[in-house]
Ligand binder design. Sequence first.
Ligand SMILES: Nc1ncnc2c1ncn2[C@@H]1O[C@H](COP(=O)(O)OP(=O)(O)O)[C@@H](O)[C@H]1O
Ligand SMILES: [Mg+2]
Length: 396
Amino acid sequence: MQVRHLTLSNFRNYATADIALQPGVNVLVGPNGQGKTNLVEAIQYVSTLRSHRVAGYEALIRLGQPQAIVRLLARWQDRENLIEIELNRDSPNRARVNRADVSRVRDTVGYVTSVIFAPEDLRIIKEDPSDRRDFIDGLIVQSAPRFAAVFADYERVLKQRNTLLRSARAAKGNAGLSTLEAWDEQLVQYGSEIIAARVALVAKLEPLVHAAYAAIADEKNDPAIRVKSSILATAGFDDELDQSEYLTDSNRETVAEKFAAKLMAVRDRELDRGVTLIGPHRDDLVFTLGDLPAKGYISHGETWSYALALRLASVQLLRSETHTGDPILILDDVFAELDVTRRTRLAQLVADNEQVIITAAVAADIPVELAASMLHVRAGSVSISATGEANGEVRQ
Ligand SMILES: Nc1ncnc2c1ncn2[C@@H]1O[C@H](COP(=O)(O)OP(=O)(O)O)[C@@H](O)[C@H]1O
Ligand SMILES: [Mg+2]
């Protein structure tokens, strides 16, 4: 699949932008802070309703403006879809698909698939469980868009259950416990669907990560991924989950049984703490390289290779799991960070993707194999390369 056209209005530092993109490799070049990442972030947002830089969407609306609009024309084979998303500061966001309103913004998910690799991805390896959950959940939603609703349902139930637990704690008694049971049931229903999907996806992803890592790095390697779940934890339901075990069974019923049983076991603690202590919102992925956990042990270079392998594996996974071929591959500001060997290997690995969008401060950092349509970005405006094709146009 490919982006044919991107139109922005009051998005980040763009008043307006109107850009045509080409199949194959597109390079966005310009000094730092000019708006390269903002452009690819807009594409990523339409495809996943998430940004790799911020939670929420308020930061995406141009400063001082009430509303941002992103309009993206995507093409897969001979089919075109126009997706429009309107982000509003003071009213609900809205979306349209092929000029018709959709009832929920999340109904746009699935029309555009993309994978972005950016320096922020080192967080997946090095930082918090939530970074790893975002990674795997984003991939679940892109490969099976109906999960957007499952995640929304789980969030809603979790919030309401937490409110109930808090008020039960405040009441210092058994007030509302019958209502709690109804919430338990829904928490287990949606939660087990999420947990089972994570286990299933990790099983598909792991061999792809293994192959991608071997293609990028020479070092001895053997990356493996495990799902560490709070529903198996034997003790300690704190953020670290250090007592929990690995989940390998992706059967939803078995997961639901384990979840429900554990929920009963931790009920007193939950009432004590006033918060939901187990569930997919408390789970983690454990990445290992050989015998070592990736987090806290592997080198900076290995961390880059690992993060890159995760994204390249994601491209392959989406290629085989969706009906829209290659996802749009975005490489945001990564070539400057890679050594020459990895740069060249990355170039070889991505050159055949249907569409690749690369950002770089300096064109010289991009391997010659990827020399392609060039767009120059400066101060929230985009212009065509002096030597390139007439493929961009901007009005400020
Ligand atoms: N909501 C916003 N409104 C106006 N300007 C913004 C907004 N968000 C970010 N910017 C500006 O966008 C610029 C950063 O753009 P970015 O795409 O990250 O640059 P780069 O070309 O280095 O990738 C900064 O100058 C920042 O101040
Ligand atoms: Mg950038």
